[in-house]
Design a protein around this ligand. Structure first.
Ligand SMILES: Nc1ncnc2c1ncn2[C@@H]1O[C@H](COP(=O)(O)OP(=O)(O)OP(=O)(O)O)[C@@H](O)[C@H]1O
Length: 694
């Protein structure tokens, strides 16, 4: 095996393209000459490298590992791509096969297929079943869907509450996901039909069901659990995942339902980007893999990390489709950037993200450069210096989001067909925007880049970025978007260090994402209320002061907020954790917060800073107490919280049975099905309650 072959075998993520065949109605409605796919060209660069290009833009080539033509069927993809993963499954290696692409590009056909032309999942199950017994193995299957609201539903039991995903002793666990043992392919097919019926038969969510756009935008997943049977004890050997992603659609497309559909598309696209971001991080061996960016990647986490393999099938529409070009360009960049780069470079992980961001920016630069050139009559970019630092590169771990498409669209104005990644030249060209370099940019271009970098972070509602400072700005009572508004995007050396030393261990990750106070926060948020000398206006100071005072007044002395030691004691007893520390009085933790803040407070230069610091101490305390409450309160107490009803309280107790302290940070609230928006709302209501009796 030469080094190149070895490189390919060792690579974690493989991306293959598949051109969908024409369906019968399409073939019949088209003139005979159009029945071949003539807008996609497959170019074999050499034995190893294949590129696809679109239209007559042969210079826009996207590198993939292979491209299956319209007449190459699922059996062929199976035998070349999936069979090795089936063998690996028997040896304990997890794998994930993901079909992605624009809408109607053949993803479901690839994964599920039809009775006449079974898909990859069906072929895999058939093969596994045919050899399982002989190998002392058995299998069980689970089916789920994840919708645009990040709700994961068990498709074999759709009436049940959403699936809970949590981490226990380093492993991802599911609560509420049925596993059904399967002994024959007929049994499996039955279950698959049931799952698909549940998925299609489920009530439409949101307000879009009445319109013409009745398509549900969901991701559908199948897990094959492979067990070994030794002395009648079953143990999990591996998992194979098959994921049929929702079709990508440009969120800005006009729809009959207007903004509602756009919003759904937006959210679905976000989770597609999350998958690609994870693929990129894994294929470039980054120290931080953003599994928490979406429910789906969180669910797949166990099957993606370690020695697992990922097959990304990029499905291509046979007729012109802008979204198809965009999707394959992202997949190519996610999985091949470092593959190409690694052939001639052994740069450290971490630099990969820098390169990727630079490529991304480079592409924007390219997309805009035509205009720039016209405007300035020169290809040399001029203007203000842009400080593109390592930090911004780290922020750019979120590589894909809607703005990237905008760039492609901007470019489309130049070319009739998008020209996103030129495998031949721009892909490896970092010279322009090396990390840490100061690059001269046209101000307009700089704005695009800044908005890209910012949007990479601002867009996400999920508390998922380790370098973000998530601030519950409880003082901004009138501001509905306080959480988003106060999520800061700024160079944070500490956070960056956290990322660099971070591993896939989310406990560690959580440490760097705790709700964090920044003395500059209020100033920053209130910048519109500043005096000319930069100090906050009197009215804003008074308002914040009065809010801080309200907070201080609401604290029971000496233990702040809702520390309820007796209740905690009874919960511990309920849980049969009779412990000495129940009787032993503890220093209230909130006091520790106060102590920390006191140190800061002593260094405060003005009464204003003192109040700011105290206020933030309170914020941190409140969040900590809230989490502690979730970790310890009994069901009736939990239900007293806004947003927690019978079902959620039951979930919380179940989670606590699995892990004594399931809520370590605000991230973990997502495990009980709360979105960032809901968490924000709940926190605000809780604070509102505290003031209600003032
Ligand atoms: N290889 C193929 N040959 C012929 N017809 C195909 C092929 N693949 C898919 N089709 C047909 O194309 C249409 C779209 O396919 P499919 O439903 O698999 O796309 P999809 O990408 O899953 O769609 P969506 O984005 O809506 O989930 C279907 O009618 C399907 O039968």
């Amino acid at each position: 095996m030469d080094s190149k072959q070895f490189d390919r075998a060792a690579r974690k993520v493989r991306v293959v393209a598949k051109i969908r065949g024409f369906s019968a109605p399409e073939a019949n409605s088209e003139p005979v000459a159009s029945r071949t796919v003539d807008w996609i060209s497959v170019n074999r660069e050499n034995l190893e490298d294949v590129t696809v290009s679109f239209g007559d833009q042969s210079s826009s080539r996207y590198l993939v590992d292979y491209c299956y033509k319209e007449d190459e069927d699922n059996e062929m993809i199976y035998s070349k791509e999936v069979r090795p993963l089936v063998s690996a499954a028997f040896e304990g290696r997890n794998s994930t096969i993901i079909a992605h692409g624009a809408r109607g590009s053949g993803k479901t056909h690839t994964i599920q297929g039809s009775a006449e032309r079974p898909g990859l999942a069906v072929l895999a199950v058939a093969e596994i079943l045919s050899v399982a017994e002989k190998n002392g193995k058995s299998i069980a299957v689970s089916f789920y869907e994840v919708d645009h609201q990040e709700r994961a539903v068990d498709l074999l039991n759709p009436e049940q509450p959403p699936i809970l995903v949590f981490e226990d002793r380093g492993r991802i666990q599911f609560k509420g996901l049925t596993q059904v043992p399967v002994k024959s392919i007929a049994e499996f097919q039955n279950l698959y039909s049931t799952a698909c019926f549940s998925q299609k038969g489920a009530p439409k969510k949101g307000g879009c069901e009445g319109g013409r756009e009745r398509v549900r935008r969901i991701h559908m997943g199948l897990i094959l659990h492979v067990f070994s049977q030794k002395k009648s004890v079953e143990s999990l050997v591996s998992k194979m995942n098959f994921v049929d992603l929702a079709g990508y659609e440009d969120a800005r497309k006009k729809s009959s339902d207007g903004s509602c559909l756009a919003e759904i598309n937006n959210r679905i696209n976000k989770s597609i980007y999350a998958v690609l971001n994870v693929c990129h991080a894994l294929s470039t061996n980054e120290s931080h893999v953003p599994y928490r960016e979406s429910k789906l990647t969180r669910m797949l986490q166990d099957s993606l990390r370690g020695t697992s393999k990922i097959l990304l099938v990029s499905c291509l529409n046979p007729s012109f489709c802008q979204d198809t070009i965009y999707m394959v360009s992202l997949a190519s960049r996610a999985c091949h950037w470092i593959h190409r780069a690694s052939l001639d470079s052994t740069k450290k992980s971490g630099t990969s993200s820098i390169k990727m961001v630079n490529t991304h920016k480079n592409q924007i630069s390219k997309s805009v450069s035509g205009t720039t050139k016209k405007l300035h009559g020169s290809s040399k970019l001029i203007g203000k210096k842009a400080d593109i630092t390592v930090k911004s590169a780290i922020k750019g771990r979120k590589l894909f989001e809607e703005v990237g498409h905008s760039a492609a669209k901007a470019e489309k104005k130049e070319n009739s067909v998008a020209h996103v990644t030129q495998a031949s030249e721009p892909l490896l060209d970092n010279s322009l925007l090396e990390a840490g370099n100061h690059v001269e940019l046209n101000p307009g271009l700089e704005k695009v880049i800044n908005s890209l970098t910012n949007k990479c972070f601002m867009q996400d509602d999920s508390f998922s970025e380790a370098s973000q400072n998530v601030n519950f700005n409880l003082m901004e009572e009138n501001d509905d978007s306080c959480l988003n508004a106060s999520r800061k995007v700024e160079p944070n050396p500490l956070a960056d260090q956290d990322i660099l030393v971070d591993s896939e261990d989310h406990q560690t990750q959580a440490l760097s994402v705790i709700v964090q106070e920044d003395p500059n926060l209020n100033k920053e948020n209130n910048s519109s209320r500043k005096n000319e000398d930069g100090s906050p206006s009197i009215s804003s100071q008074l308002r914040d002061l009065s809010n801080s005072l309200k907070m201080l007044c609401s604290l029971p002395t000496p233990t702040p907020l809702c520390v309820q030691i007796p209740e905690k004691e009874s919960v511990l007893l309920d849980n049969k954790q009779v412990s000495a520390d129940v009787a032993e009085p503890k220093t209230p933790t909130a006091d520790q917060n106060m102590r920390v803040n006191r140190c800061d407070v002593m260094s405060a230069k003005s009464p204003w800073e003192t109040y700011s610091m105290r206020g933030s101490g309170m914020k941190n305390s409140l969040v900590e107490e809230y989490l502690r409450f979730l970790n310890t309160a009994n069901k009736e107490e939990l239900k007293k919280l806004k947003g927690i009803g019978e079902k959620r309280a039951t979930f919380i107790l179940e989670l606590r049975e699995e892990s004594p302290e399931p809520f370590k940070n605000v991230y973990d609230l997502k495990d009980i099905g709360l979105s960032a928006k809901q968490i924000k709302g709940m926190m605000k209501k809780e604070v509102g309650e505290l003031f209600s009796e003032l």
